[in-house]
Design a protein around this ligand. Structure first.
Ligand code: DAK
Length: 258
């Protein structure tokens, strides 16, 4: 299935989404973001899909928001239209897991989009950066917040204040990406990881995602309480009964997402 700027493909229980605006290095124009929202909504409500992957091409994940589209905006237009903000909430609001598979440039809004996903698998050619400062502006979709939580204040300040690019190895060492693979293996590796995740119970995956995500919003004591409540609730699922029975009976579990 192909929308204008975003391609999508169902592979088993995985929804593979590919940014597809090569002439502009996948710059995240309004139409692309709308296409992306549309596909994310579809996969989020498709009960066959357990996990999504968001990727670009071998050379670019996304070079940021579309500079040409926003360059002439006035403050009043930006404020009244809620410039960009209103369209960028979809990824971080997903309840199903989503992996960013990043190769080449992930700059500005591209880096922010990758960070909105649950984790990032990078190719050895991935390049991350928040170069907004070089354009006379600043990160506006989580760059100063998610990056800081992910790699710490010193590196986040360094990245946002200088606009420098961080390569895949530095990003892995800093904790921005979970693993690095050779560029030609990125798609397959991301699929393998997503298929592994998809083999588990969907409601349990959603609870795990919700609980890990809360770690960034809550003090530790409340986060631990929230986690234990969710943990207790897993005992009301058929899949917990099946998973533990399968272990005891030395067989593979058959989860029903119930
Ligand atoms: N926007 C529009 N077009 C872009 C673009 C971008 N971000 N990045 C590249 N392009 C276009 C180029 O203009 C060029 O188009 P033509 O000239 O061929 O028409 C084509 O893509 C190829 O680019 P280059 O010729 O520059 O290619 P190079 O290989 O030489 O350089 C590069 C690659 C990635 C280093 C370079 O293109 C570059 O520096 N791009 C800009 C990177 C950047 O500054 N990104 C940050 C943009 S600001 C928010 C949400 C998001 C944001 C803010 C708020 N809210 C929710 C509130 C995000 C802001 C940003 O991302």
């Amino acid at each position: 299935m192909s929308d204008k700027f975003v391609l999508s493909e169902k592979i088993g229980k995985v929804g593979l989404i590919t940014l597809n605006r090569p002439d502009a290095l996948n710059a995240l124009c309004e139409s692309l973001i709308h296409d992306l929202e549309h596909i994310l909504e579809r996969y989020e409500s498709d009960s066959e899909i357990h996990c999504m992957i968001l990727m670009g091409s071998d050379t670019v994940f996304a070079a940021g928001a579309d500079i040409k589209e926003m360059q002439h905006k006035t403050y009043m237009e930006a404020y009244k239209e809620d410039l960009i903000t209103k369209d960028w909430t979809q990824v971080s609001a997903l309840r199903k897991p989503i992996i960013a598979a990043v190769s080449g440039y992930a700059l500005g809004g591209g880096c922010e989009l990758a960070m909105m996903c649950d984790f990032i698998i990078a190719s050895n050619t991935a390049k991350f950066g928040q170069p907004e400062v070089t354009l006379g502006t600043m990160p506006g979709a989580g760059g100063t917040q998610r990056l800081t939580r992910s790699i710490g204040k010193a590196k986040a300040m360094d990245m946002c204040l200088t606009g420098r690019i961080m390569d895949a190895h530095e990003a892995e060492k800093a904790g921005l990406v979970s693993r690095i693979v050779p560029v030609e293996e990125l798609r397959e590796e991301a699929l393998k990881v997503a298929q592994k995740i998809s083999s588990y119970s969907l409601p349990i995956l959603m609870m795990i995602k919700e609980s890990v995500s809360r770690a960034f919003e809550m003090p530790l004591s409340e986060g631990l309480r929230f986690e234990s409540r969710l943990f207790h609730s897993t005992f009301s699922t058929e899949d917990q009964k099946e998973g533990m029975a399968a272990f005891v009976e030395k067989r593979h579990p058959v989860f029903k997402d119930q």
